[in-house]
Design a protein around this ligand. Structure first.
Ligand code: ZN
Length: 354
């Protein structure tokens, strides 16, 4: 059996309405509205930017490759408590809501890694988070003040903030990592010549982590495409794999930060927490669970009362928000766990010719 199928069944048994853990401070967890992936969103926002941006949202680095830099001088330093401090200041142009969304995105780093974004006192090197003309960042620590631009309209979203902060920590885009050709195919025919550099492979240190389609640092399928609907990046061998998610850092994103910065204890405790089940599913790419399957419906009607039906909020990333809504009557009950429905029983009998 397809391991994903068996996992789905396992999950179903574990709890029909299994929802993702609620993120801390969920009111400040702001997702990008509509069906837009992270790349599409920031590339759209960055169209008017006057900065020279590499890969769409990286300010041209004055330093060398961040993940391979001399004497580690493009990374942030640890304090005496073994925590990596990244001092920051925030533009006064942000509203209190903006600030809580930004700080909530930072808190993910604080909860899962040894990175600490701390309000700047008098530190020499710091990031200045500003409402400039796009979403972009330098790569790694460049020394002195460095701007992370989070335009109020278009960039103040949980996943985009994390994405830009990850650049400031020294991370490239996932699709440019050194071994990417084994995992994605770049469709150069749909990439404008002047944007081709955005897809060039970088000499990256992949820290023995597998290629991560669900990384918050991965571009979406149609990034920079010249033709609407044509993919510039196609996952291989399974072209249907979701890439370019915009919700939150993946487990591997977090693991890499911990590895790169030598967060003692964090990596191990995180690894222990990853159940086999979640590990195989990938924390954020749950979308395939909802993909239609080629099923034999045995001439039975769709059964809202089936014991095989997910609940309304299964895998929801926001408490109370439904991932499945019955139509046309949104009030119908779905996802019961009491017992097999008449139709469930009928199907067994039909399938096995009882
Ligand atoms: Zn980026």
């Amino acid at each position: 059996m397809d391991p994903r199928a068996s996992l789905s069944i396992l999950l179903l048994l574990v709890g029909i309405s299994l929802a993702k853990p609620v993120r801390p401070g969920s009111p400040a967890f702001l997702s990008i509205p509509g069906n837009v992936d992270i790349t599409t969103k920031f590339l759209e926002t960055n169209k008017g930017s006057s900065e020279h941006l590499m890969e769409g949202d990286l300010v041209f680095p004055k330093t060398k490759n961040a993940l391979y830099c001399l004497n580690n001088n493009c990374f942030w330093n640890k304090n005496t408590s073994n925590l990596v401090e990244v001092p920051y200041i925030l533009s006064s142009e942000y509203s209190s809501t903006d600030i809580s969304v930004i700080q909530n995105a930072m808190s993910t780093f604080h909860n899962k890694t040894c990175i600490r974004f701390v309000p700047r006192l008098n530190q020499t090197d710091y990031i200045s988070i500003e409402n400039k003309d796009g979403c972009y960042s330098y790569l790694g620590r460049i020394g002195g003040k460095q701007v992370v631009s989070l335009k109020r309209t278009g960039c103040v979203y949980h996943g985009i903030i994390q994405h830009e902060l990850n650049h400031a920590l020294g991370f490239y885009h996932e699709h440019t990592r050194s071994d990417r050709d084994k995992y994605v195919k770049i469709n150069w025919e749909y990439i404008p010549t002047d944007k081709a550099s955005n897809f060039q492979i970088q000499k990256t240190n992949n820290q023995n982590t597998t290629y991560d389609y669900s990384s918050v640092m991965h571009y979406g399928k149609t990034a920079f495409t010249t033709q609407a609907g044509k993919n510039t990046i196609t996952p291989i061998p399974d072209a249907t794999v979701t890439i370019g998610q915009r919700q939150d850092m993946s487990k591997l994103d977090i693991l890499r930060i911990n590895e790169l910065y030598g967060c003692v204890g964090w990596t191990n405790s995180l690894l222990r927490q990853i159940s086999d089940c979640q590990d195989q599913l990938g924390e954020h790419d749950m979308s395939y669970i909802f993909q239609k399957q080629n099923t034999n419906n045995q001439d039975t009607p769709y059964d809202y009362g089936s014991i095989m039906h997910y609940g309304r909020t299964a895998f929801s990333i926001q408490p109370g928000l439904e991932t499945i809504t019955p139509i046309p009557d949104g009030t119908l009950e779905i996802g019961q766990m009491q017992g097999m429905s008449d139709t469930d029983i009928l199907r067994i009998n039909k399938l096995y010719g009882c």
